[in-house]
Design a protein around this ligand. Structure first.
Ligand code: SF4
Length: 213
């Protein structure tokens, strides 16, 4: 089932039985970013805090495993699924191997999702842990930094276990979610998911990217 169909088929949540959503903690303003910040405001997610029929379960896998503040890391040689299957590594900017730790973090995030019986995850895209659609391809601080289509390690772990994930910028998908939660919600028909965004279309149609596929 596609993500959008999954969202369309979600039950109508009530205050007594709210929709259980796992969320990257930084999206709710928790200062768990690498430098002890929260990476800014995410109104598309914060909007959901006003509803009693939504229950957020927040989790930061990197903080759980590596603490805050901590080093920045990225995936080298593949994506999050490749890391889980032993084909790629998670390295800090200075080259320290965090692969094992990140896998442990992903297992804890999966355990959190399962223990809370979550029905959806909303994640921070681009992160080597939480990214759900696009992540860096190697070191984000490299002179010729590159992106790849793929999930971070924790998102991949959740995906493998069957959980549906969207990011804070899947605006079209979020519109479907908002209308499940709030019958009064006026759907913005112009809202786009990230893969319909100009940057995404332009970047991933480049020759160098096509050659890699
Ligand atoms: S993106 Fe994920 S790992 Fe990074 S700070 Fe947010 S919750 Fe933590």
């Amino acid at each position: 089932m596609t993500t959008k169909n999954y969202l369309k088929n979600l039950r109508i949540p009530t205050n007594d039985n709210p929709l259980r959503i796992l969320v990257s903690a930084c999206l709710l303003g928790v200062k768990c970013g690498v430098d002890g910040d929260n990476y800014g405001d995410y109104p598309s997610v914060l909007k959901l805090l006003q509803y009693d029929n939504v229950k957020f379960i927040q989790f930061c896998p990197e903080e759980f495993q590596f603490g805050t503040p901590r080093k920045m890391c990225d995936i080298h040689g593949g994506n999050g699924l490749d890391v889980l299957e032993g084909r790629a590594k998670v390295l800090t900017t200075s080259g320290i191997d965090w692969t094992e730790g990140m896998i442990r973090a992903s297992e804890k995030m999966l355990e959190t999702a399962q223990n809370n019986n979550v029905e959806l995850a909303i994640m921070m895209d681009i992160s080597a842990a939480c990214g759900n659609r696009v992540i860096y391809d190697g070191n984000r601080y490299a002179e010729n930094k590159k992106y790849q289509i793929g999930m971070g390690v924790c998102a991949a772990q959740l995906h493998k276990a069957g959980f549906t994930i969207i990011s804070w910028r899947e605006y079209e998908s979020l519109e479907v979610l908002y209308s499940k939660i709030d019958p009064e919600h006026q759907v913005d028909k112009t809202a786009k998911d990230f893969d319909q965004h100009e940057w995404y279309i332009e970047y991933f149609k480049t020759d160098s990217f096509k050659k890699k596929q």
